[in-house]
Design a protein around this ligand. Structure first.
Ligand code: AMP
Ligand code: MG
Length: 506
């Protein structure tokens, strides 16, 4: 992690450091990507490359394809697969990067550090029965949705490139293979801690905690050898870490709820300490507002349903706190008390973030105790009428009563709510122009609606036609704008559109 070890940029702009690979060997396995037969560049994120200090314009298409397929390593790469565990649908499992390889950490010209990871580059020592490969459809989905999340203003890993491999992958059907290049603040997960806690390997836990503190929360300091022994007045960086992660997750999940995002597989290995949304598998956005909405074909119990996400985040954070217990305080009882007290702050933190974000969606600037009910009542009305979440918020208009003709106004329940809302707006000093601007900036017009994603992926994977995908990508990456956006991406699904299940794509 020390900056003097950071290499000089190479011609393309690679400046890869390897702080994770300098950790002891129980944290990862060194592994090389397995070259693919016929790499072809499908997508490349020029703006992201540029922000990373990479100038891919010097590369030919075949050179780029070889690079982002793992056939050709970037200058200074030191590829590793990371070790971790995870609670998959609640059950603890030893995992690790079974189909991902970290090439290194790109140091940008502005001094930021970003993991550059290939997803689908072939087997690693953690692949278990898997082939280490990924299919084109799911990698395109990750690219599209992660970039949409970024544009929506939600912390997320990013997507730099998708390359098709020219090789088949065998799932229920035979599919086309692909490799995605993922960019993340780090790939440290709750599951990274869970692994060493499960092994009762306290020294590794301490090393990982110190590493995470230095990488993401340097202001919290380092763990002192006798942490906690000096009484409660000494700042405790481990407690600080737990608090910071609880805070960033409560913020993240509140944002998911703001836009109707269903992650779909919130296992503890898919919760990042950086506070980024990570691992886009069976994720989707809700159309009609429904807390019970489930898209994932394997989530039979609805564990990861839309409305369960805050509780699941709290459950995952409890697993994180458990893993940290030996470091929180030398006295087990005191460690437990500290962990409990801190975990108990999650619901309030989440509610506060949600309230702030929902207020903004309603154009409210000032805080009033009545806002909570105002928000909840609108959501209940949406649930009972199966209203479209995105469309309802985007078309809310305080002047509708004056203008007259919106269909919702025929509904007395909505009408009563609308009157309460206009009173709340009238009780604040801001102009109607400011209210409108606030609402426009917080209520997307375009989200990656699942049925549109499916149509785009079908064209891309079955007919090698990316036209629809690229139109959808362009639309969802400027989600708050309505001008020059295809109406089909703004509108709710036409009546009768079937509910499309999503798949983990493993
Ligand atoms: P995920 O559901 O994507 O978070 O994956 C859970 C675990 O399964 C991770 O450890 C992955 O690396 C592993 N995995 C998923 N797909 C494959 C595959 N095709 N080959 C090997 N490992 C895989
Ligand atoms: Mg995962």
């Amino acid at each position: 992690m020390s900056s003097h070890l950071v290499p000089e940029p190479s011609p393309l702009g690679w400046s890869l450091d390897h702080s994770y690979a300098r950790l002891p060997t129980q944290f990862y396995s060194r592994v090389q990507p397995t070259p693919v037969a016929k790499p072809q560049l499908v997508l490349f994120n020029k703006a992201l490359a540029c922000s990373l200090g990479l100038d891919a314009s010097t590369l030919s298409l075949p050179e780029s394809a070889a690079l982002f397929a793992g056939n050709q390593l970037p200058a200074g790469a030191d590829p590793i697969a990371q070790a971790y565990a995870g609670h998959q649908f609640g059950n603890l499992t030893r995992l690790g990067d079974g189909r991902a390889i970290l090439l290194g950490e790109q140091m940008t010209p502005s001094g930021e550090r970003w993991d550059i990871q290939l997803k689908g580059p072939g087997p690693t020592p953690y692949s278990r029965q898997g082939d280490g490969r990924a299919a084109l459809g799911p990698m395109l989905r990750e690219y599209l949705i992660s970039e949409a999340m970024q544009a929506l203003g939600i912390p997320t890993t990013r997507s730099l490139a998708v390359v098709s491999t020219g090789e088949p992958v065998f799932r229920q059907k035979t599919l086309s293979g692909a490799v995605l290049t993922r960019v993340a603040a780090s790939h440290i997960r709750v599951g990274s801690f869970v692994l060493f806690a499960a092994l009762d390997d306290r020294e590794s836990l301490r090393i990982l905690t110190d590493y995470t503190l230095q990488r993401h929360f340097p202001h919290l300091g380092k763990i002192e050898p006798h942490q906690g022994l000096n009484g409660d007045s000494t700042p405790n960086p481990v407690l600080g870490l737990l608090e910071a992660v609880i805070e960033s997750q409560s913020f993240l999940i509140a944002h998911w709820m703001r836009v109707g995002f269903v992650h779909g597989v919130m296992n503890t290995d898919n919760m990042a300490l950086s506070g980024e949304t990570i691992d886009y598998g069976p994720c989707a956005f809700i159309d009609t507002y429904d807390p019970d909405a489930v898209f994932s074909s394997i989530d039979h119990q609805g564990r990861y349903a839309f409305g369960n996400q805050p509780q699941i985040a709290a459950w995952n954070l409890a697993r994180f706190a458990e893993a940290l217990l030996p470091l929180l305080h030398p006295e087990p009882d005191q460690a437990l008390a500290l962990a409990r007290r801190t975990l108990d702050t999650f619901p309030l933190r989440f509610e506060q973030h949600k309230l702030t974000l929902m207020r903004a969606k309603l154009g409210l600037f000032t805080e009033a105790p009545s806002h909570s009910n105002l928000i909840d009542d609108l959501l209940h009305w949406m649930q009972s009428t199966r209203a479209d979440f995105t469309h309802t918020f985007r078309t809310l208009d305080p002047r509708l009563l004056a203008n007259g003709s919106a269909p919702n106004l025929a509904d007395p329940v909505f009408l009563a709510w609308h009157q309460r809302w206009t009173v709340a707006l009238a009780n604040q000093p801001q102009t109607s122009h400011a209210v409108e601007a606030r609402m426009r900036a917080n209520n997307p017009a375009v989200i990656p609606r699942n049925y549109q994603v499916e149509l785009a992926l079908a064209d891309a994977t079955l007919h090698s036609d990316l036209t629809r995908f690229n139109r959808l990508l362009a639309a969802v990456t400027r989600p708050y704008e309505e001008s020059n956006q295809p109406q089909e991406f703004i509108n709710p699904p036409p009546p009768g559109t079937p509910h499309c299940p999503t798949f983990c794509g493993t």
